[in-house]
Design a protein around this ligand. Structure first.
Ligand code: NAD
Length: 314
């Protein structure tokens, strides 16, 4: 069995690659940038906007995990046109290249943001969806629809996974946990808008990656699964967890910002029942793992600069 992971150099994709390799599945990464977390992976450099290059990358592939996207909502907001082309046209390119190559299985990385306009607070895969406000969500939802059309029209087996908010090693620096950790390690206070009681569920990225691999099961064909965390974590708890691990950190409260998203309760029961998937890592343990990774990265960066300094002195 050989899998192609688009976006395999990114945060979630690189963990999916690790989990696939752990299970003895061969992997090829298709990404615009080289994988940096391990060197033993076959890599095709290319854009998902280039269907010819995608076609070459599909050769000998049994399953495609399609995760390449403009994944940061802020980037989508700032550059909607480019984001739409990558998230929407890029997705149909992946589907079409897979169809031409006879690939039968596609796993698509979507988001629980598709529920943001739902009228109820408790949501599952059967919850009716409403037109999304955010363009990011519109592009991801369009990707879901294209996957479903390819499944129905061309008999391609597709699994749509709606990810919750992932965190853990390799997370992008602009997310809330990395920001708190960076500030805390720099001796800056952690600021919370409002009383900090607004909750989110976070999903530890290795648990999320495990769910991606389990979606390959026969029962996962042509299904949608939510993969979200179990614990409700308030912003205040995030700050307190970082403080507990790093110590000597000030937490400050600022006035609430208008329109802060209150969050939905997303059920992942179906993934548990059918795929046998459940998050295993507690929030505190996940934050500890992130901090360990963050410190090692910062130390390595500093050591690299020191080495460069030494070389330049000669
Ligand atoms: N991170 C989140 O909060 C989150 C939440 C829900 C769903 N998702 C979805 O999960 C997937 C992965 O997200 P992530 O957080 O790992 O993002 P990421 O930005 O870390 O990784 C995306 C990868 O896609 C690659 N890529 C972007 N444009 C490309 C192109 N045109 N051609 C080839 N490669 C390209 C990037 O180089 C990068 O390696 C995305 O589809 C995203 O929409 C992310």
């Amino acid at each position: 069995m050989k899998a192609l992971v688009t976006g395999g150099s990114g945060f979630i994709g690189s963990h999916v690659v690790d989990k696939l390799r752990d299970k003895g599945i061969e992997v090829r990464v298709y990404d615009g940038i080289m994988p940096t977390y391990r060197k033993d992976i076959e890599y095709y450099q290319g854009s998902i906007l280039d269907i010819t290059s995608l076609g070459f990358a599909m050769h000998g592939i049994d399953a495609v995990f399609h995760l390449a996207a403009v994944a940061d909502v802020k980037d989508v907001y700032n550059d909607p046109y480019r984001s739409e082309s990558i998230n929407v046209r890029g997705t149909i390119n992946v589907l079409e290249a897979a169809r031409n190559a006879g690939v039968k299985r596609i796993i698509y990385g979507s988001t629980t943001w598709v529920y943001s306009e739902a009228t109820q607070n408790q949501v599952d895969e059967t919850t009716p969806l409403h037109a999304p406000t955010h363009l990011y969500t519109a592009t991801k939802l369009t990707g879901e629809y294209y996957c479903q059309s390819y499944s129905k029209l061309y008999g391609m087996d597709v699994t749509i996974l709606r990810y919750g908010i992932p965190y853990g090693p390799r997370a992008r620096d602009g997310a809330v946990i990395p920001i708190f950790v960076r500030k805390a390690t720099n001796g800056e206070p952690l600021t919370i808008a409002g009383d900090g009681m607004q909750f989110r569920k976070f999903i530890y990225v290795e648990d999320l990656a495990e769910g991606n691999v389990l979606a390959l099961k026969e029962i996962g064909k042509n299904k949608i699964y939510n993969l979200d965390g179990k614990e409700k974590v308030t912003i205040k708890q995030i700050a307190e967890t970082v403080k507990k691990i790093l110590g000597d950190v000030k937490i400050e409260f600022t006035p609430a910002r208008p329109g802060d998203f209150s969050g939905k309760e997303v059920s992942s029961d179906l993934a548990k029942k059918e795929l046998g998937w459940e998050p295993k890592i507690s929030f505190e343990e996940g934050v500890r793992r992130y901090i360990k990774w963050y410190k090692e990265r910062e130390e390595k960066r500093k050591a690299d600069w020191d080495k460069t300094d030494e070389v330049l002195k000669k």
